[in-house]
Design a protein around this ligand. Sequence first.
Ligand code: HEM
Length: 393
Amino acid sequence: MELIDIFIITIVAILLHLWWRHFSTSGMTNRRQRNLPPGPPGWPIFGNLMQVVLQKRPFIFIIRELRKKYGPIFTMQMGQRTLIIVTSAQLIHEALVQKGPTFASRPPESQTRKIFSAGRCSINSAKYGPLWRSLRRNFVTELINPVRIQQCGWIRKWAIENHINRLKTEAAEKGFVEVMSNCRLTICSILICICFGAKICEEKIKTIETVLKEVMMMTTPKLPDFLPMLTHLFRGQLPKARELRRKQMECLVPLVRKRREFVENGGNPCAEMASPLGAAYIDSLFRLEPPGRGSLVEEELVTLCSEAINAGTDTSATTVEWTMLHLVLNQDMQQKLYDEIVATKLYLIERQRKLEEKIQKIIEEEEVRMLRKEMIPRAQLMPLFDRPFFPQR
Ligand code: HEM
């Protein structure tokens, strides 16, 4: 290497160093000006994005390391998006509960995500406001409250029977069973039945599960979500997203139409439609008129049902998978868990029996009260005194 080359490299290195320091300190000043928590210095434009990408490690490991240095709350500049990482239970409570409305809204949607959210008409994409409130309230009252969960017991029973049969067949054929794919299928079948009130064949469940998984993968944050200025470089994604949306509509619209027909016919028995009128999530969506949207159209109905199925399938199946792993690793827990399940089941049966007894007693008491009311005349004219006579109880 010639002397001049060394000189040029040294100058370039010094300039790069100055440039780096200038941007990282101006980043810090900027951060202070915006009153943000401290955080690792970032690169110009990319912020901490490339540091995260280049580490090729799960994000959670990077967070654990940064936490040691910056404390329980810190800022990461991911391209044009600012992330505030909160890692202590107390701060999480303060941010999400005490100051919930301040942080409740969602970041802007990418073009791809907008295709699947029918223009932000889903609970996890709508801006914090009347639309979100209406969708969220409906979701909680119609789907995730203890009474509804108990009412759906027959769906879980049906799905678990299918699950066990599938595991037995698979174990006999292959000598082993696949935990995740089986759990996904079973949970997906439960959620399809909760959403559309339909018990459909395994083939159709598999198709819906595969398509919705693709939707989930396609809508996970990608580079343009952090660097919107690169969106035009990823324009090729849009036709793929539209094609996937077409597939999603193709497999779910028939269920929407069948359920609508069932509801319009007053719940007349029909093949596939297993849950009674008003019991499926979509029945409530047919009636719902969220502010600024009016009655929901098929696009929006598919989006809202897909959201519930997708949000519930992966999370629940992953939870089961991890539970199974821990049960295999800590085998003494298996007996404890079994005992707990049996004890809970017995407790629930006993509680149900007591509840039924109580209801029966209330019904009987009410019957006796009505009988007494009918048997004892309110006022009788006494022939002797020509004025009403009120019998004493
Ligand atoms: C073990 C199971 C589950 C876990 C760990 C889990 C976890 C979460 C988390 C962390 C969020 C917040 C995500 C965010 O704000 O970006 C969320 C939101 C949500 N989850 Fe779940 N979930 C589970 C089961 C379910 C099930 C079974 C359903 C549907 C029946 C469901 C439907 C939703 C919906 C609709 C949202 C969006 C709520 C909103 O933005 O207000 N989840 N879930």
